[in-house]
Design a protein around this ligand. Structure first.
Ligand code: IMP
Length: 424
């Protein structure tokens, strides 16, 4: 594999990117996150310790690695402080190792309030967001009302911006007694954390370019997945950022030549949290079995995830829009207990065969998956450390996926622990 890698999710998030990034971070010098916010939940298991990180790149767990949060991330400064404190308590020293972009937009407490208000007003048509204020923060960024990290260091100007925002959004703020809408209090709280964040604030584009030119190895860590991309996912049932490779360029201020490898993370079956079309969703005992065996409950919200078979149509889309040539397949072991395993190889819409994801959701809601059925392998894969020792049926399953997507499998994860991995 090349020196500089970008890791992106190929489904609806929760593919197990945290573990893949954690493994690859060992050989990297630098880890950079480029989009999303505290809606992500990257779970890493080291020995008996479980870390769930929402904002800070998972690579921070490795001593000595330098981590960056780019301008494309919407950064909840209070959430960041919590994570920093939590890591400090766990004995993970982040001093001089975690830097944030001065141009990153901040998620304000009022963004979370707006997120909840929007979701409840949408009622049954809600997106099922994580309520972390992500959509409202990105909307303010694009609308140019956003407050950025650099604004924290100009207190008077910051107060003016907050006051202007309050006037602009009088629909939310007028008469609200919710603490999250109290801009005076927000200003006061931000002033407390500004001195802590200041030494960590840098121009990430310049820093990464320096590291790149010095020959350091850089790992780019994506959050969520291709099908949640705001442009190319199942809009409007998507997140508000570009979860695909393009997001890394604008979200860090770098050029495309920095990527030697694009690695797509593919869970061996599919899950989705929140609302929106999910063609291979299982509403039966098999779906329940996948949820239980895979502990499919959100790392950020604890919500039970919707579960279903692997969807190659969605994966073809993910590979094309990201230019993926290598995939890491995760949670293969969850399928160990299955008698039969299905893969969706196409969709059927009113008798018409489709091999690609329709961009019009009104079609995607109605497609029926066309399945190919595989025999299960019914034996544990967790202890296996080389590809050739996997059961025949597991190799057939993986081989079929790789052939269809025309990609190489570079890693297979067979358990949550670092050592439960087959590196190819
Ligand atoms: P938001 O990003 O909180 O606005 O949520 C928009 C949609 O993206 C919802 O369906 C969420 O469940 C989903 N989503 C956001 N972040 C993640 C994630 O890290 N994993 C899985 N789904 C996510």
């Amino acid at each position: 594999m090349g020196k500089n890698k970008i890791v992106v999710g190929c489904q609806w998030g929760d593919e197990g990117k945290g573990k893949v990034v954690d493994l690859l971070a060992e050989k990297a010098d630098i880890i950079a996150r480029f989009q999303g916010g505290a809606n992500a939940g990257h779970t890493i298991l080291v020995g008996d310790k479980k870390y769930i990180l929402h904002l800070i790149p998972s690579g921070i767990i490795h001593p000595g690695k330098i981590c960056y949060i780019g301008n494309g991330v919407v950064l909840d400064p209070f959430g960041l402080m919590e994570e920093l404190n939590l890591l400090a308590k766990e004995g993970v020293d982040t001093e001089g190792r975690l830097f944030i972009s001065s141009a990153a937009n901040l998620v304000m407490p009022y963004h979370k309030l707006i997120d909840s208000m929007q979701e409840s007003k949408r009622g049954n048509d809600g997106i099922g967001t994580t309520l972390r204020g992500i959509g409202p923060a990105y909307r303010d960024k694009v609308g140019r009302f956003g407050i950025r990290v650099c604004d924290l260091y100009a207190p008077d100007k910051l107060r003016e911006k907050l006051e202007t925002y309050r006037k602009l959004r009088s629909d939310i703020f007028a008469g609200s007694d919710d603490e999250r809408a109290d801009v005076g209090k927000i200003h006061e709280d931000l002033m407390k954390l500004a001195p802590v964040l200041k030494p960590r604030t840098v121009n990430v584009s310049i820093e990464l370019t320096k590291h790149y030119k010095a020959g350091k190895s850089i790992l780019f860590e994506g959050a969520q997945g291709a099908m949640l991309d705001v442009d190319l996912g199942t809009y409007p049932f998507a997140t508000s950022s570009n979860t695909t490779v393009g997001g890394a360029l604008t979200g860090l201020g770098i050029g495309p030549k920095m990527f030697d490898d694009v690695i797509g993370v593919v869970k061996a079956y599919t899950t989705r949290v929140g609302a929106g079309p999910f063609p291979t969703e299982l509403h039966d005992a098999t779906g329940e079995k996948l949820r239980d065996a895979g502990s499919e409950f959100g790392a950020t919200t604890g919500r039970p995830r919707r579960t279903g078979w692997l969807d190659l149509v969605a994966l073809r889309h993910a590979c094309r829009i990201n230019g993926i040539e290598k995939i890491a397949v995760t949670k293969l072991d969850i399928l160990d207990i299955m008698d039969k395993i299905k893969i969706c190889v196409g969709y059927n819409l009113d008798g018409r065969e489709m091999n690609e994801v329709p961009l019009d959701l009104s079609d995607l809601w109605h497609v029926k998956p066309v399945y190919k059925e595989f025999d299960g392998w019914k034996s544990p894969t967790t202890e296996i450390n080389d590809f050739d020792s996997l059961p025949d049926n597991a190799r057939k399953y993986l081989g079929f996926i790789a052939d269809d997507l025309q990609v190489e499998i570079c890693l297979v994860s067979t358990g949550a622990r670092r050592e439960e991995t087959i590196l190819i």
